[in-house]
Write a protein that binds this ligand. Structure first.
Ligand code: ADP
Ligand code: ADP
Length: 237
């Protein structure tokens, strides 16, 4: 589903955030990306959705190579990548339902959602997703009335209503308590498995990654230091 070839990012400051990363994630695989702060985890995710321009290398999503796309083709490709964020990135004064529907507009320009009208099929799908994550009763609540765990569930629904091929998940539990973190990780992994979705979950909590995923990739100073099953992994990897 996703293939990185020699992916390299050197920032203007001279920081070598990624050094010729080769990595493949097959359809349906949920992969945790771990590593100390500064290892390059955020940069890797941002090079995939091109929020950051790679210095060299290629990013394949299915049969499409992303690093040389026109702006318009890039917008189309981004619709195939669902994003889930640490701080949820909801629009606070919109309702849960409106936040979920905004995912249908793609990653760029979602703030216009409430001025658009959505087909009934989108609304039905939003209700199905909210039901699946246990938030059906909250559909008409404003996002700013929700707890952190509930907000992240809305973020998950917003990503999934895009019907993406790949989920890019950046520290989904960093703002949550341990119990809610486990619930959110379990939910993300179950939904990926139900939908055959590939995912990269950027996570600094190694124990949490170990609980839920079958593959862990450890980054250190922009290089892959570990790639395998999480069994036997020690927290200092
Ligand atoms: P992580 O997500 O693992 O903490 P990052 O991808 O944020 O790692 O950072 C990797 C390296 O790149 C670090 O040395 C960091 O200081 C540097 N870096 C990240 N973003 C920028 C930026 N916008 N400009 C310059 N250097 C950056
Ligand atoms: P996180 O690891 O949670 O992503 P960081 O502190 O690494 O947080 O980064 C916060 C923001 O600052 C990001 O947008 C990142 O790209 C940017 N950044 C990180 N390191 C640098 C750096 N050395 N120079 C410039 N910007 C940086």
């Amino acid at each position: 589903m996703l293939r990185l070839e020699g992916l390299t990012k050197t920032y203007r400051t001279g920081d070598q955030a990624l050094k010729a990363i080769d990595l493949s994630v097959p359809p349906g695989q949920v992969m945790a990306l771990i590593g100390p702060s500064g290892a390059g985890k955020s940069t890797l995710i941002r090079c995939i959705n091109r929020l950051v321009e790679p210095t060299a290398g290629k990013v394949w999503l299915g049969d499409t190579e992303l690093t040389h796309l026109s702006a318009r083709a890039l917008r189309r490709a981004r619709r195939e990548m669902g994003m889930i964020f640490q701080e949820y990135a909801l629009v606070e004064r919109l309702t849960v339902m409106e936040n979920v529907l905004s995912g249908r507009l793609g990653y760029v320009g979602f703030w216009r959602s409430f001025t658009r009208r959505f087909p009934q099929t989108d609304v039905d799908e939003a209700f199905r997703l909210l039901d699946r994550v246990g938030l059906l009763a909250m559909a008409d609540k404003r996002a700013d009335e929700l707890s952190g765990g509930q907000r992240q569930r809305v973020g998950i629904c917003r990503a999934l209503i895009q019907n993406p091929k790949l989920l890019l998940v950046d520290e989904p539990t960093a703002s949550l308590d341990p119990k809610t973190s486990r619930q959110i990780m379990r939910l993300i992994c179950e939904l990926c498995s139900e939908r055959g979705l590939a995912a990269i979950i950027n996570i600094h909590d190694v124990a949490l990654a170990q609980m839920f995923v079958s593959r862990v990739v450890g980054l250190r100073l922009g290089e892959i230091a570990f790639d395998g099953a999480p069994t036997g992994l020690t927290p200092e990897v």
